[in-house]
Design a protein around this ligand. Structure first.
Ligand SMILES: [Zn+2]
Length: 84
């Protein structure tokens, strides 16, 4: 067994422990990354007059993710401007 297989038997999320693909390079799984990121996005939107696209570009995340968070009510922003 290669040395790496002994020291890192599994590639798991350092937060929730969920198994991840070995090729996955982040220490947190996508779900945990979202959980870490969305409060920052929420705070950013609350303090800046920005569009969904500007938020997506600022955090380098897909526009669809921003829209999903807003649609799901994870981010509330009554003054939010829509691009389309
Ligand atoms: Zn996780």
């Amino acid at each position: 067994m290669p040395f790496e297989e002994i020291t890192r038997p599994r590639n798991i999320c350092s937060n929730c422990g969920k198994a991840m693909a070995r090729s996955y390079k982040e220490s947190l799984c996508p779900d945990c990354l979202d959980d870490m990121l969305y409060p920052k996005v929420k705070d950013y939107i609350l303090h800046h007059s920005v569009t969904e696209m500007e938020v997506a570009e600022h955090f380098d995340i897909p526009l669809q993710k921003v829209r999903r968070w807003i649609r799901d009510g994870r981010i509330e922003y009554k003054g939010f401007r829509h691009d389309n």
